[in-house]
Design a protein around this ligand. Structure first.
Ligand code: UN1
Length: 509
């Protein structure tokens, strides 16, 4: 894999600016981030962060661009997003490799992430002709009532390291066809992925003679705070931890701005005695170790029916024994590194806490050292028998630690599944129709995503993505998630020659 060539083709040099209004990049003397790969520990390139002064320039450019962009007909905006999808198709291989190298997920998953970007562009193109409002029947004669959806303005997108490109596109493709302009603050752990995406979208906007400010990039954590407190940004879409999400939410709510929050998950699979166990093993293992357990949809808990508990546990331990851990760019490996050494420390701490709280590790964890593991970021996926109420089980640890527990009745399993503060993704493995339907019913899973015979991760872009409780309640991507990026206006038009008042009120002068 010639990383230098990939970087070059994506427009990344040794020193990059992390601030752009489109095609224009700004150099400031604010702090510089060095991006290193968790794959081999090597420094990849540098990115300068955004100064407060440059932030002002970016936001005022975007505010100006919005006045233009909102007047471009929605299907024409869709046409530009279609071209973005085409540009991503051309760059899929390179961008997938960069995602894999800078973030550490497997190449297949890196390519899959770029595929999600392409798919959301296609989705948004269709949507650009379908931003429908309802019409209603007025209670008054000779009146017409309907609703329209208008763009909001600047959308601030704050994304996390684990999906360093896809989350931006879910937000940006939709926000753009809706008539908004976007300002993206990516994770400081994966800034090069963002610089590459900015080059791609800038080339599309340039080819269409679009003004600066339609899709901008800013970098560094201090500018995240500026976004949250900026009344010029009516909508902030934040993906990250519940802890930071709470701060974002209160800052934005304090100025009556709107948020779309995609926060932590603590996702469980219920494995019934009526499950197809082969499907259940693959679903559970991929869910727990895919992306090294760093998806917000990663499987963190398995709730297993007691009759099959021992058997399933043994099968799972055997499956873990076959996992190949190593360079994620090598397609033979199943599990790559964690994002950085700080994440490794959090993983080790969680294992220690778990042990202190009573967890019984049936597959031991640990850090891999030497040779191909020289970056210090490779860890062993592990499995522990626990009780659901343990403090550590109630928390989301962004690492491949899987907690298992047993249940007697499905009602009990559902209570365990729901018995955590988070509410993102959930699944049941069963071939029993009654069990599946109960799990999906109002008495079943309380999560934003509930699957049958599919694991907790790997949601398709066509559905609305997000969850309840401490997951934050936001929805991104498919279905009618676009409504979160627009403001609704109810219009009532009187074409009578008098003014009848609603509710039959008489007001004669
Ligand atoms: C995330 O982890 O932030 O459902 C998003 C999935 C992916 C998205 C995960 N499509 O696993």
């Amino acid at each position: 894999m010639d990383i230098k060539k990939v970087l070059n083709q994506l427009g990344i040099t040794e020193n990059n600016s992390g601030t752009s209004t489109g095609q224009q990049w700004m150099e400031s003397d604010a702090k510089v981030i060095t991006s290193s790969s968790p794959v081999d520990g090597k420094e990849i390139a540098k990115v300068s962060t955004t100064s407060a002064e440059d932030y002002e320039k970016v936001i005022s450019t975007s505010a100006g661009a919005f006045l233009f962009w909102r007047n471009v007909p929605a299907p024409k905006r869709g046409e530009i997003v279609r071209q973005l999808g085409e540009a991503l198709r051309l760059n899929k291989e390179n961008l997938g490799i960069l995602v894999s190298y800078e973030m550490g997920k497997s190449l297949q998953e890196g390519l899959g992430e770029v595929q999600e970007m392409i798919d959301i562009c296609d989705f948004a193109v269709g949507l650009s002709r379908q931003l429908y409002g309802l019409t209603m029947h007025s209670e008054r004669p000779d009146h017409r009532m309907y609703e329209q959806w208008h763009p909001m303005g600047i959308v601030g997108v704050i994304s996390a390291f684990n999906f360093p490109v896809a989350v931006w596109s879910w937000n940006t493709a939709l926000a753009l066809v809706c008539g908004n302009v976007c300002v993206w603050k990516p994770s400081s752990k994966t800034p090069l992925c963002a610089v590459a995406c900015q080059h791609i979208i800038a080339s599309v906007l340039k080819a269409n003679d679009m003004p600066e400010g339609i899709s901008a990039l800013i970098t560094g954590n201090p500018v995240g705070d500026l976004i949250n407190n900026d009344p010029r940004i009516p909508l902030v879409s934040f993906t990250g931890s519940t802890r930071v999400g709470r701060l974002v939410s209160s800052a934005v709510a304090g100025r009556f701005g709107r948020t779309i929050l995609e926060l932590g998950g603590n996702n469980a699979i219920i494995v019934s005695k009526d499950a197809d166990l082969d499907i259940a093993i693959i679903g559970a293992a991929f869910g727990a170790v895919g992306t090294a357990g760093q998806r917000c949809t990663s499987t963190r808990r398995l709730i297993i029916q007691e009759d099959i508990y021992e058997d399933f546990k043994n099968k799972l331990v055997k499956a873990y024994g076959q996992l190949r851990i190593g360079d994620p760019l090598d397609q033979h490996n199943h599990v790559g590194p964690l994002i950085d050494k700080a994440a490794v420390a959090v993983y080790l701490e969680a294992i220690e806490k778990g042990k202190a709280q009573g967890a019984n590790f049936i597959v031991e964890g640990g850090v891999l050292e030497g040779g191909a593991y020289g970056s210090g970021c490779y860890v062993k996926p592990c499995i522990a028998e626990v009780k659901n109420h343990y403090q550590i089980v109630q928390e989301e640890t962004f690492a491949p630690i899987l907690y298992v527990m047993s249940y007697k009745t499905l009602e009990e399993a559902i209570a365990l599944q729901n018995g955590v503060p988070q509410g993102l993704s959930s699944a049941i493995m069963t071939l029993n129709l009654r069990e599946a339907e109960l799990f999906l019913s109002t008495n079943g899973s309380d999560c934003g995503i509930a699957n049958v015979n599919i694991g907790t991760s790997g949601a398709e872009i066509g559905g609305a993505f997000g969850g309840e409780k401490e997951t934050g309640g936001g929805r991104e991507s498919g279905s009618d998630a676009w409504k979160g990026y627009m403001r609704r206006q109810t219009n009532t038009i009187n074409y009578a020659n008098k003014l009848p008042l609603a509710q039959g009120i008489k007001f004669d002068l």
